[in-house]
Design a binder for this molecule. Structure first.
Ligand SMILES: C[S@@+](CC[C@H](N)C(=O)[O-])C[C@H]1O[C@@H](n2cnc3c(N)ncnc32)[C@H](O)[C@@H]1O
Length: 290
């Protein structure tokens, strides 16, 4: 098995694949695929679980490796599984592959930004539901609403609610941003589409396997993040907090809203372009977002 992993990593390297949907190098990508197909726990050392592969296993691996190399299909879609904040999620072409650095914030229970246990949490633009469901695992007393405009993404999110048996505290809602939402939340977490057309066209082929609705946003990427900034304040409790990822659109956002004191978060595990703003700031600067 180790030899197979090494050979596969060599093939991935030679094919000049793009990594960034769960791993960042050819060897880890090969492990991701082989362990996934063989159902081996990712915590296991390759030396410990090394064994001969059967011809059926090799056939299955070869089919998937071919799709990875020739079609550039991300491994998460080949395995129908992705990992986020240490939890396994169903993943397929209905929603983006979970990879937000927000996972680190969730695992740290949003400390030191949040100094109380949130009672009501919103995962806006939820895709397959990874952010909201991971929040529900961390804040077991909280009611979590996970929201998307897309029926297919919501169907996947509902399957993930089922997988994690969290129907009692997580509900999936179809809504165009805040349109069908009521009341106020202690915490709004949002990873919206924020990629401009220009950036989208230059993305590696791996991203083209994902639904463009999850990536593209008009106004050079800022249309949807700006709408969220405009409305989020009205949907937060007095001490409520908005956390939003805007990735590489951060510079443009800062340029457009020069007066707004965005707090840009830092990540030990890597990642950037995630902002925090509280209700007071969102309300004080609401005029800016018009
Ligand atoms: C970047 S993906 C995020 C998925 C998931 N939260 C994650 O972090 O992996 C953005 C999601 O926003 C959804 N979306 C796009 N426009 C929306 C809108 N106007 N209202 C609600 N959801 C929207 C897309 O369908 C997509 O699932």
């Amino acid at each position: 098995m180790i030899r197979y992993i090494e050979q596969l990593a060599g093939k991935f390297e030679a094919a000049d694949l793009f990594y960034g949907h769960g791993t960042d190098n050819a060897f880890d990508e090969a492990i991701y695929l082989v362990y996934g197909v063989l159902d081996i726990d990712y915590a296991e050392d390759p030396e410990t679980v090394n064994r001969n592969l059967s011809s059926i296993e090799i056939d299955s691996l070869e089919t998937k490796a071919k799709l990875r190399i020739e079609q550039r299909t991300p491994v998460a879609y080949l395995l129908n599984q992705a990992w986020f904040a240490g939890y396994k999620f169903y993943s397929d072409e209905r929603a983006l592959i979970p990879r937000s650095p927000i996972a680190e914030l969730i695992l740290n229970k949003f400390q030191p930004l949040l100094d109380y246990e949130p009672g009501r949490i919103l995962d806006l633009c939820c895709g397959g539901g990874c952010i909201g469901i991971a929040c529900a695992k961390q804040f077991v007393m909280a009611k979590v609403e996970i929201v998307d405009i897309d029926d297919s993404a919501l169907a996947l999110a509902r399957e993930n609610i089922e997988l994690h048996a969290c129907h009692s505290n997580v509900s999936a809602i179809k809504s165009d941003l805040f349109e069908n939402l009521f009341g106020s939340y202690d915490l709004i977490v949002c990873n919206p589409p924020y990629v401009s057309k220009e950036e989208f066209e230059g993305l590696p082929q791996e991203f083209k396997a994902e639904p463009s609705l999850g990536l593209l946003s008009e106004e050079e990427g800022l249309e949807i993040p700006s709408k969220v900034l405009r409305q989020a304040g009205q949907f937060l409790t007095a001490d409520g907090l908005l956390i939003m990822e805007v990735g590489l659109s951060a510079d443009l956002l800062v340029e457009r809203y020069r007066r707004v004191p965005f707090l840009w978060l830092e990540f030990a595990e890597g990642g950037q372009g995630v902002l925090a703003l509280n209700k007071k700031h969102l309300e004080r600067y609401s005029g800016e977002f018009n």
